[in-house]
Design a binder for this molecule. Structure first.
Ligand code: KIV
Length: 303
């Protein structure tokens, strides 16, 4: 991949766009994660200062260099090489079969495809549950071989020792709470943190992750009110997916966001494009041209 455009253009373009209300917002700050003027790689420290400023920011998943370069040019400050690659890229029906070999290869591609975004790589199912030594080995591999700037793991209190060990080694950790897809055999795919006991446990998990040194917490599929309380109680950024409007950031799986995912998508996603239809139309048009003899034409032909 040698032709990736320099990422500096997107930040300047985004900065030039006026805010919708015409009034200055946190996104108009020169250091804004989205829309700011900085062209260097985003760091976890930048995310901390965005929370202090009250700036909301977007995060997307990415699984390959070319798609990642598009999001990087669009100014998305954080890209997650999620184990959702199992469903969205590798053809599995869950995240469980994804291995650290898959993750390392695709995370390295995403790092190579980007200039500015902070790249977070997931620790895959079975790569950290045994304990801190295994967790640190997996996290170290992702940093050394793929070049990610941070890793994500599922669990708060239950992953405390793992989080501490990785953070102490100097690797930033993002914790994933609420619906944790690697545990779907226990939890199913339903809203988590409903009811008094479950919501208190969620707050405890979030605080445990923060105290263990996590730089951010993802909350997936939890009631908006609980997510708002967690966001207020933590000094580190909270990133929501299906967690209502009050978290510091929002993440979507890119194939859902862009309309690539086939079939039904969860209610909490929003589709901003219809890429599956567009790609299908392009493929059908190409096939029609080949079958009908319209492609290749003279201008595509060497003599
Ligand atoms: O793997 C993934 O894409 C994720 C997001 C849903 C947060 O963990």
């Amino acid at each position: 991949m040698t032709q990736l455009p320099a990422a500096h253009t997107h930040a300047a373009d985004a900065a030039a766009a006026p805010s919708r209300s015409g009034r200055p917002t946190a996104a108009d700050h020169p250091k804004a994660l989205y829309g700011g003027t900085s062209t260097r790689r985003v760091t976890v420290r930048d995310l901390a200062t965005a929370k202090e400023r009250g700036e909301k920011w977007p995060m997307l998943t990415a699984y390959d260099a070319m798609t990642a370069s598009v999001f990087d040019e669009a100014g998305i400050p954080v890209l997650l090489v999620g184990d959702s690659m199992g469903n969205c890229h590798l053809g599995y029906d869950s995240t469980v079969p994804v291995t650290m070999d898959h993750m390392t290869m695709l995370a390295a591609a995403v790092v190579r495809g980007t200039r500015r975004a902070l790249i977070v790589g997931d620790l895959t199912f079975g790569s950290y549950q045994e304990g801190p030594v295994q967790a640190l080995r997996s996290a170290t591999r992702l940093v050394k071989e793929a070049g990610v700037g941070a890793v994500k793991l599922e669990g708060g209190e239950r992953s405390l020792a793992q989080t501490e060990a990785i953070v102490q080694a100097g690797i930033p950790v993002m914790a994933h709470l609420g619906l944790t897809p690697q545990s779907f055999n226990t939890l199913g795919y339903r809203v988590q943190g409903r009811g008094e006991e479950a919501s208190h446990q969620l707050v405890r998990d979030a605080k445990a992750a923060q105290n263990a040194g996590a730089f951010a917490v993802v909350l997936e599929l939890v009631p908006a009110e609980v997510a708002a309380e967690v966001t207020r109680s933590l000094h580190v950024p909270v990133i929501g997916i299906g967690a209502g409007p009050d978290t510091d950031a929002q993440v979507l799986v890119w194939t859902d966001m862009a309309g690539m995912t086939g079939g039904k998508t969860p209610r909490f996603t929003k589709q901003y494009a219809d890429l599956r239809r567009i790609l299908g139309d392009a493929a059908r048009e190409f096939a029609g041209d080949v079958v009908g003899g319209a492609f290749p034409a003279e201008e595509h032909t060497f003599h």
